[in-house]
Design a protein around this ligand. Structure first.
Ligand code: FES
Length: 156
C-alpha cells in the first residue's frame, strides 16, 4: 500500500472514529470526508461501507443523492459561469469559452492540478450585473473576455 492510500485510510478511519462507527451518522461521515479530501474516493466509500456494516450500494446511493458530494476529484476553487438569459445576451458564452481556453478544460471538468473546477449555472439573481461569474462565494459581475485572466489569477 503506498503512502497516499495509507493516509487516505487513516483520514477515513479518523472520521469514522469521530462518529463512533454509528451507521445513523452516514451523511455526516460522508460530509466530513468530502470536506477533508474535496471528494469521495471509491476506496473511502468501501471503507465506510465495511466499517458501518452497510451495503456499499447504500453508501453510493447517499453519496450520489446529495449534490454537495462528488465522486470525482474537485478543484480547490469552483468557477460557476452564469448562462441564464440575461447573462447569455450580454456575452456569457464568450466568457465561458475564454475561461475554458485559459484553464484548458471544458465545463464540468477539473484542471489536472486540482486548482479549478468549472461549471455553468442558470441565473444567480444578479442579472443587472451580467455576465456573472461566481468563484467560490465571490461574485464577479460585468465580466468580459479581457478581464478573465486577471480574475483567475487571484485564485491559487
Ligand atoms: S441570468 Fe445571469 S444572473 Fe441572471
Amino acid at each position: 500500500m503506498d503512502r497516499t492510500a495509507k493516509e487516505l485510510e487513516e483520514n477515513v478511519a479518523q472520521v469514522l472514529g469521530k462518529y463512533q462507527h454509528d451507521r445513523g451518522m452516514l451523511v455526516s461521515v460522508l460530509q466530513d470526508i468530502q470536506a477533508a479530501l474535496n471528494y469521495l474516493p471509491e476506496e473511502a466509500l468501501e471503507q465506510v461501507s465495511q466499517s458501518l456494516e452497510l451495503p456499499v450500494s447504500q453508501v453510493y446511493s447517499v453519496a450520489t443523492f446529495f449534490k454537495a458530494f462528488s465522486l470525482q476529484p474537485r478543484g480547490r476553487h469552483l468557477v460557476n459561469v452564469c448562462l441564464g438569459t440575461a447573462c447569455h445576451v450580454r456575452g456569457a458564452v464568450k466568457v465561458l469559452e475564454k475561461i475554458e481556453r485559459e484553464l484548458g478544460i471544458k465545463s464540468g471538468e477539473t484542471t489536472q492540478d486540482l486548482r479549478f473546477t468549472l461549471e455553468r449555472v442558470n441565473c444567480v439573481g444578479a442579472c443587472a450585473l451580467g455576465p456573472m461569474v461566481i468563484i467560490d462565494q465571490e461574485y464577479h459581475g460585468e465580466m468580459s473576455t479581457d478581464k478573465v485572466e486577471a480574475m483567475l489569477e487571484k485564485y491559487t
